[in-house]
Design a protein around this ligand. Structure first.
Ligand code: MCN
Length: 796
């Protein structure tokens, strides 16, 4: 069900156009990396460490090399000369951050189960996999470090040369005057101190990773086909790591079956295929198996959070203090250290906090799969902590959680709002989002039903949870990213090319992998140029066709890349207007453009359509003096601010206290992402995101034994929700345009995930709070719930 607070359609924008991408996906016509036919390719398989922490004593590859069909076997030591630089970490969050050298294959030691040790190249995938079984590696096992607190103690130092497992400590202390945070806690009427665990999650895109590298027969050029979210960033990083002149490397992301942040990385297998294709002069390909995916692709979350709130008599926040320990895993991947820092600015949520904020995060190595970006990347974690803690504070103050939030919301008339961090939140109306959500879920009615049902002795208890979130997304601006030590920029590029027959080609630097950019960008162009979206083609994800770009992550594509497309259209219109003025013998300032036609103001008959201008620009027979032929424009846009979507989610549950089973009754998501380009896409994004957050709350978790072996390495063990596990989701929205960009848009790709885990867990605790339960760890399996009830020990 959808409830629309305000219509957003203005011409093409805001309409529910079906996605252009879907027919090819639904009929199986889309070509994924693994579908590509590549004559003469050798298949690569990777031998992975069965130990979480061990020295490599010796590797004997003789038997593998002798297997018929095997063309080469390489160990990490063999390939050391093939790397021009270690694998990249592009976010050294502090100047003294410790980052051990990391090569695509381990050489002396392994640091997690799944760490690559050797590769085989063979005529088929199955021969390659058979051959890696024949490689004989002698290991000297060392103690695994799987718990964050153990890692912090340095009982076992994982990378000996570093002398410690702590990679960095990053602080953000904002105080009106020295000691303001402590003073606020000393003066507070109410305080809470909560500890939450963000369990590790395993990203499960439908398409596991896949790579194919094709060397050109002459000239040394290599084409890397890979299931990635970041062809442009990858091109730069791979050329540096493998030592390939950048102009000789082309990166193509064919159809990509989801990424959810996990394909925002530079992976060992991409670099290995490049180096080996260069070495052997033949195409090399690699396909990840599902079980490999669970250990060799990065994992998400992995934090212990301590959050303290101070509040006055009314429950208004006066200070927030946060201490995090973040699990880096065995090595730092592309942006591993930056993930918790992305959340650092959001631990005060949507609340009007004075300058009394103290945040500190320590990133530590463990002997587990490296962590990195996973949908929301630091921001769901932050929202989880503040929103769970707000519920704890509401219990302390003795007010309803919704009322406590209303007392603390940043007032709408304070926008644009300069937050305690100095960042400016662009726009917001938190009370409105919360009110729409409360109406949709019948908040007051449910509270009444809950009071009637949750009586002493009741074995079916009702709970309602909510979460009001803010998200900092639309990643850009480059200068702010620089101040956070991030090594890349945040701009985005777009070219809009009106072809002679007036069809339009858009070249975008974004790299969609499920988000529907072809549809949305076509709609933006159609709206601007007054043409049919079907007449627009969007080219992307190939660095030869779209050489400039910063790719797709951080819900940046619309507020940066889509806005760039709109700006390029404006430039096209400006140029076309000069040609139209020339043809109509009018002053360009007197021309109006609407519905794809230029008209002279006040002279309705004097008009010329864009189609005629496009042809005139192509023939160049009669252009204004000095004007270049052709009708195209390029824009590289670096926004002045992030985009700040917000919203309120609510959820109701019924819990069987005898079995610990949770039944999610209803879920309402009210999200405000400014102007919506396509409400169908927005709702799809919200639905997917909500399910991912709900999955963290109730089902998913990477479980390791104390030796660092993953116990959830197949889909039989790792509990992903099926469609039948998902409750009805009602989406609502409000529209608070962003003043930052001309389209008024904010991102939405992660929004559903940001607030959903905390919403569900607040509902679970709300249902059980009458039994003395104040916390339930995620995932809230029936067993965990049952344990929490018993530990609380209150009579039911
Ligand atoms: N949109 C819109 N109106 C708005 C906001 C967005 O119509 N006001 C549309 C956009 O036009 C775009 C889509 O919603 O088609 C998402 O836009 P945006 O919020 O800019 O996010 P990105 O396109 O940059 O996508 C990245 C985001 C992230 S960070 C993750 S993780 C994620 C996600 O998108 N992974 C996904 N959604 C995913 N969806 C699918 N199917 N698969 C993934 O791997």
């Amino acid at each position: 069900m959808t409830i629309t607070d305000e219509p957003t359609a203005t011409g093409v924008l805001g309409t529910r156009m079906l996605r252009k991408e879907d027919p090819a996906l639904l009929t199986g016509e889309s070509v994924f990396t693994n579908d590509m036919k590549i004559p003469g390719a050798l298949y690569m398989a990777v031998l992975r460490s069965p130990y979480a922490h061990a020295r490599i004593v010796s590797i004997d590859t003789t038997a593998a090399a002798a297997l018929p069909g095997v063309r080469a076997v390489h160990t990490g030591a063999d390939l050391l000369d093939d790397w021009a630089a270690p694998m990249p970490c592009a976010w050294p969050v502090t100047d003294d951050m410790l980052n051990p050298p990391h090569h695509p294959l381990a050489t002396h030691k392994v640091h997690y189960v799944g760490d690559g040790v050797a590769v085989v190249l063979a005529d088929s995938d199955s021969i390659a996999h058979d051959a890696i079984e024949l490689i004989d590696v002698e290991y000297d096992p060392l103690d695994a470090v799987t718990e964050l607190e153990d890692a912090l103690s340095d009982r076992v130092v994982i990378h000996e040369d570093l002398g410690t497992n702590s990679s960095y400590t990053w602080n953000l202390l904002v105080e009106e005057q020295d000691g303001a945070v402590q003073q606020a806690f000393d003066d507070a009427t109410f305080t809470v101190h909560e500890r939450y665990v963000q369990q590790r999650l395993i990203p499960m895109a439908m398409e596991p990773r896949a790579v194919a590298v094709v060397p050109q027969p002459f000239g040394g050029e290599l084409t890397l086909y890979t299931a990635t979210q970041i062809p442009h960033v990858l091109k730069v990083m791979a050329s540096i790591t493998v030592g390939i002149a950048e102009q000789q490397l082309r990166v193509v992301a064919p159809a990509v079956g989801g990424g959810f942040g996990a394909k925002l990385d530079v992976y060992a297998e991409e670099l290995l295929c490049l180096a080996l294709a260069r070495k052997h002069g033949v195409p090399i390909r690699w396909n990840e198996t599902r079980s490999e995916n669970t250990v060799a692709t990065i994992q998400g979350r992995g934090q212990i959070q301590h959050i303290e709130l101070a509040a006055d008599d009314d429950g208004k926040l006066t200070a927030v203090r946060v201490r995090l320990v973040a699990d880096m895993g065995g090595y730092l991947q592309l942006i591993t250290p930056g993930i918790p820092i992305l959340g650092a600015f959001l631990y005060a949520g949507v609340y009007d906090l004075p300058k009394a904020y103290d945040f500190s995060c320590t990133g530590v190595f463990t002997t587990l799969t490296p962590t990195d970006a996973y949908r929301g990347a630091g921001r769901p974690e932050a929202t989880y902590a503040i929103e769970r803690a707000m519920d704890a504070l509401a219990r302390e103050v003795g007010v309803d959680p919704l009322e406590l939030r209303r007392r603390n919301f940043i007032a709408t008339d304070k926008y644009p709002y300069e937050a305690f961090t100095g960042l400016v939140y662009d726009s917001g109306d938190h009370d409105k989002a919360a009110t729409i959500a409360a109406d949709l879920i019948d908040y007051d009615g449910f509270r009444a039903r809950q009071a009637a049902q949750n009586v002493p002795g009741a074995t079916k208890r009702l709970g309602i949870g909510l979460s009001s979130y803010f998200e900092m997304c639309g990643l850009a601006p480059s200068r702010v990213l620089a101040s956070l030590n991030y090594s890349a920029g945040g701009w985005e590029a777009a070219t809009v090319r009106v072809l002679p027959t007036s069809k339009v080609q858009v070249v975008t630097g974004t790299s969609p992998h499920g988000q529907g950019h072809e549809t949305a960008w076509s709609m933006i162009v159609a709206d601007k140029l007054g043409i049919d979206p079907a007449d627009v083609d969007v080219l992307h994800s190939d660095t030869a066709i779209a050489p400039l770009g910063m790719d797709t992550y951080g819900s940046r594509s619309l507020p940066v890349g889509g806005v760039a497309v709109g700006m390029a259209c404006d430039k096209v219109i400006e140029k076309a207007k000069q040609i139209a003025a020339h043809q109509l013998e009018a002053n360009a300032d007197d021309l109006e453009f609407s519905g794809g036609v230029f008209r002279v103001a006040g002279s309705p008959d004097a008009e010329v359509p864009l189609a005629a201008i496009a042809f005139a620009a192509f023939t160049a027979h009669d252009l204004p003096d000095g004007l270049e032929p052709n009708l195209e424009a390029q824009v590289t846009y670096d926004p002045p601010n992030f985009s700040w979507p917000f919203g309120t989610h609510m959820c109701t549950v019924e819990i069987d206290t005898e079995t610990g089973e949770i039944d999610v009754l209803d879920y309402v998501a009210v999200d405000d992402c400014g102007v919506q380009v396509n409400p169908n896409i927005v709702e799809g994004q919200v639905h997917g995101g909500v399910v991912q957050g709900m999955a963290q709350a109730l089902y998913e978790g990477a479980h390791y034994d104390s030796d660092g072996n993953l116990q959830t390495s197949t889909l039989a063990d790792y509990l992903m929700p099926a469609a039948s596990d998902v409750p009805p989701i009602t989406t609502g929205h409000s529209v608070t345009p962003s003043p930052t960009n001309p389209l008024g848009v904010k991102g939405v790709g992660e929004a559903g995930t940001i607030g959903s885990a905390s919403t569900v867990m607040n509902a679970v605790v709300d249902a059980l709070s009458g039994l003395g339960v104040t916390n339930v760890e995620m995932p809230a399996s029936p067993n965990t719930v049952w344990d929490a009830i018993n530990a609380a020990g209150a009579p039911s």
